[in-house]
Design a protein around this ligand. Structure first.
Ligand code: PMP
Length: 308
């Protein structure tokens, strides 16, 4: 049951039923849209909804639009204000997922990016877990490879690129796994189907570099900061081989949707002792406190929706 009521569409807030596009729309035919996924977390004690790292998400939307030649005539601040207004109209008092979508709105035939019209839409939905088993997911290495930068830009969050994610995720689920780890074209670890990847090896937290065809995740950046600053753990952005997945001490996925999901096994081999590891556990606990606006030091990452 979808229980959201509004969308921002063609420059105004409209009932969600009215936010419809033609079947001739460029983005629908060619996958020429860019989007974001932003979470807002409900803090019951404060009766407040907090958007997590919203400016960073809108800065990335601008980057994606630059790559895809989409004209986005709203600043990061304006996009933030539209988001707050949408959430106030909805009046959600629960964890929420916000989906901004900038897309080629031209109707007709022709695949070029330049000289065609663009549009922005926003909607929001109450949202819980993305992976059921966040405390220990069963993961495989996908037989699909991650899109690569000289073909489909991986650091732009383009709608069309999610064909790759959908193939990886579906194959994993159809084979009885919760998620997939996706290798780059060259065979190194890139990321999950829609989340970034970390492992702990010899006490060092490691994640593939931004040149490994990953989406440059905001959660990834958040966790690298927290591991270094709060847990004093060394963090490396480095190439990760497939077989390192079989001998690491801990592994987890992170992303706005997935939050932090511990990985219990990879290709049916237990990660560590198969239970959530100490570093993953600490990062998860810290993350969930921070996103709900409970940690004063990091409250600047949280934007309140409702007036106090
Ligand atoms: N990689 C992909 C392909 C994704 O779709 C996402 C989710 N946006 C991520 C990584 C994680 O990014 P973030 O932490 O910014 O949500």
């Amino acid at each position: 049951m979808v229980n959201n009521k509004y969308a921002f569409f063609e420059g105004e807030f409209v009932p969600i039923e009215e936010a419809k596009v033609s079947i001739m729309t460029h983005a629908l035919n060619y996958g020429t849209g860019c989007f974001e996924g932003i979470r807002a977390y409900w803090n019951g004690e404060e009766q407040q909804l907090y958007l997590f790292r919203m400016p960073e998400h809108y800065a990335r939307l601008h980057q994606s639009c630059r790559i895809l030649l989409i004209d986005l005539p709203y600043s990061v601040e304006q996009l933030g204000n539209l988001t707050i207004e949408l959430l106030r109209r909805e009046g959600f008092k629960t964890d929420t997922y916000i989906r901004p979508l900038a897309y080629k709105s031209q109707e007709g035939i022709g695949v070029r990016l330049k000289g065609v019209s663009d549009a922005l839409a926003l909607f929001a939905l109450p949202f819980g877990r993305y992976i059921e088993k966040e405390e220990g997911a069963k993961v495989c290495v996908s037989s699909w490879r991650r899109i690569y930068d000289t073909s489909v830009p991986a650091r732009a969050k383009c709608t069309g690129a999610y064909i790759n994610s959908a193939l990886c995720k579906s194959e994993a689920e159809m084979n009885g796994f919760d998620e997939a780890i996706v290798l780059s074209r060259g065979g190194d670890v890139s990321e999950g189907s829609a989340e970034n990847f970390f492992m702990v090896r010899n006490g060092v937290l490691a994640t593939p570099p931004v040149t490994a065809d990953i989406l440059e995740g905001i959660t990834r950046e958040t966790l690298m900061h927290l591991a270094r600053e709060e847990l004093c753990i060394p963090v490396m952005q480095r190439t990760i081989d497939r077989t390192e997945l079989y001998v690491c001490e801990e592994a987890f996925f992170c992303g706005t949707g997935v939050q932090i999901a511990a990985i219990a096994s990879i290709d049916n081999r237990p990660v560590g002792d198969g239970r959530i590891g100490p570093i993953t556990k600490k990062l998860r606990e810290m993350y969930f406190d921070i996103v709900r606006g409970k940690v004063p030091k990091y409250k600047h990452w949280c934007t309140p929706v409702y007036e106090t």
